[in-house]
Design a protein around this ligand. Structure first.
Ligand code: NDP
Length: 284
């Protein structure tokens, strides 16, 4: 066991234990939190993610349904499916697994999900509320990273956080959430010149590029906290991140492994968001 490891599996276990208590409290009031996961096509990685999500729901005593649609499904059919789920009282959270096939406009599908059921936090209304610090569903991966930092007693205020990646689902919201926690934030991306110059300044380095083991120790300041979001396969088909774990663990003060780091937290936060969505309906 490496002593500077941030154990996402263990922290996700703690988070889901808390969620389970909330699920039980809701059930005592006659409400079973329900999650609908919509999967289009046969992408094997998406299949795995979706199975993990529905299995975790079941383990926590939540209701879950998986709707599988053919790769060739039309946008209209998918939008119709989302509408049915928007109107289904047993469903509190809706997740459409991305990416979607080319014939479908992802933005239109995301916008169709009721903001009350937007447990992925991707709807423009949720994103807007997050930006201005209003209560909303936070996107699960950056939300999970905040929890990892919190449970590891890593204070973010005043630290320089450098995010590599600016996707709508990871990089961009990650920077915003860290900013709200009073970090000084720098975004880097594929057009950044001299990446090293930025990453070497990072007290907290979040890597979300989708580039296998791209970040080695030469990018990392001694004592930095390194969060690896990537999920890739190496040359031996073994799961690995965007960070070269073996070299970076020697310089980082704390580091997340892949697997067992950010991944389990993403699922845990989805459970928390679904539970929150159900709690919100019980207040109406
Ligand atoms: P995207 O492909 O949408 O975004 C990748 C980002 O990395 C882009 O902003 C891109 O820049 C930037 N980038 C790519 N190459 C470089 C480079 N050489 N130097 C600097 N920046 C670079 O990916 P996602 O954000 O969706 O996902 C990132 C990774 O995280 C993937 O491995 C994915 O599988 C994983 N992931 C893991 C999750 C989990 O639960 N653990 C959840 C979601 C994703 P530009 O914008 O200029 O193109």
């Amino acid at each position: 066991m490496i002593d500077n490891l941030i154990d996402g599996k263990q922290i996700a276990g703690q988070v889901t234990e808390e969620v389970q208590k909330r699920v039980e409290a809701l059930k005592a009031k006659g409400i079973t939190p329900g999650l609908a996961v919509v999967l289009v096509g046969n992408n094997p990685a998406s299949q795995t993610y979706v199975n993990n999500k529905t299995k975790t729901c079941e383990r926590l005593g939540m209701y879950s349904i998986l709707i599988q649609l053919d790769e060739g499904v039309s946008e209209a059919e998918l939008l119709n499916q989302v509408e049915l789920l928007n109107n289904d009282e047993k469903i509190h959270g809706i997740l459409v697994q991305l990416p979607l096939p080319k014939q479908i406009d992802e933005d239109r599908v995301i916008a169709k999900i009721s903001p009350f059921k937007d447990v992925d936090g991707f709807h423009p209304e949720s994103v807007g509320k997050m930006m201005i610090g209003q209560q909303t569903f936070l996107p699960c991966t950056p939300f999970g990273i905040l929890k990892l930092l919190e449970y590891s007693n890593i204070d973010v205020a005043g630290k320089h956080a450098v995010i590599i990646g600016r996707s709508n689902i990871v990089g961009k919201p990650m920077g915003q959430l860290l900013l709200q926690k009073d970090a000084t934030v720098t975004y880097c991306h594929s057009k950044t010149t001299d990446l090293h110059a930025f990453t070497k300044q990072a007290d907290i380095l979040v890597v979300a590029t989708g580039r296998t083991k791209m970040i080695d120790a030469s990018y990392v300041k001694e004592g930095a906290v390194v969060i690896d979001v990537g999920i890739n396969r190496d040359e031996n088909n073994k799961l690995c991140g965007d960070v070269d774990f073996d070299s970076v663990k020697e310089v980082a003060s704390k580091i997340t492994p892949v697997p067992g780091g950010v991944g389990p937290m993403t699922i845990a936060m989805l459970m928390e968001n679904t539970c929150l969505a159900a709690e919100n309906t019980s207040k109406n």
